[in-house]
Write a new protein. Structure first.
Length: 129
C-alpha cells in the first residue's frame, strides 16, 4: 500500500544511529546516504527515509501519527524496543506487552525516536499456537 515513509530530524547522524539500531533488529541494513543528504532504508519495494525537512524549518513530530513496524515474534518486538531506548528513544504508553484489539491479540511496543516521532512494533498473536 505504501511506497515510502519519511520522518524529519534535526540531527541526521543521531537519527541514523537510532534507526540503524532499531531497524537492524528487524533485519534491515544500515541507512544508505543518498546524494540529497538523507538516509534511506529500502525494504521489499518500499523505503523508510530519514531527512532534514526540505523547507528548512525545524523537524517536528506528527501529533496523532504513528509508524508501525511488523515483527516476527514478541522477542523481536522487545529487541526493537530495547535498541531504540539504548539509542535515545523514549518508551511511551504501556510497557511492551499483549493488547487485545479488534484485530485480535497483538504484542506491541511504543516509543518516540529522539525527534519525537511515534513508532510502534507489533507481532500478531492471532496465528500463534
Amino acid at each position: 500500500m505504501f511506497s515510502h515513509v519519511v520522518v524529519g530530524t534535526n540531527d541526521l547522524e543521531r537519527a541514523k544511529r537510532f534507526y540503524d539500531a532499531v531497524l537492524g533488529t528487524l533485519g534491515h541494513g544500515k541507512g544508505q546516504l543518498r546524494a540529497k543528504g538523507d538516509y534511506v532504508y529500502p525494504s521489499d519495494g518500499a523505503s523508510f527515509i530519514v531527512t532534514r525537512p526540505i523547507d528548512g524549518q525545524p523537524a517536528s513530530r506528527a501529533n496523532g501519527g504513528t509508524i508501525g513496524f511488523v515483527c516476527q515474534s514478541s522477542d523481536q518486538v522487545d529487541l526493537w524496543h530495547a535498541a531504540g531506548i539504548a539509542q535515545g528513544g523514549t518508551s511511551v504508553e504501556d510497557p511492551p506487552g499483549v493488547r487485545n484489539t479488534e484485530a485480535g491479540p497483538l504484542y506491541l511496543a511504543y516509543m518516540r525516536d529522539p525527534d519525537g516521532n511515534k513508532l510502534c512494533a507489533l507481532h500478531s498473536l492471532a496465528d500463534c499456537p
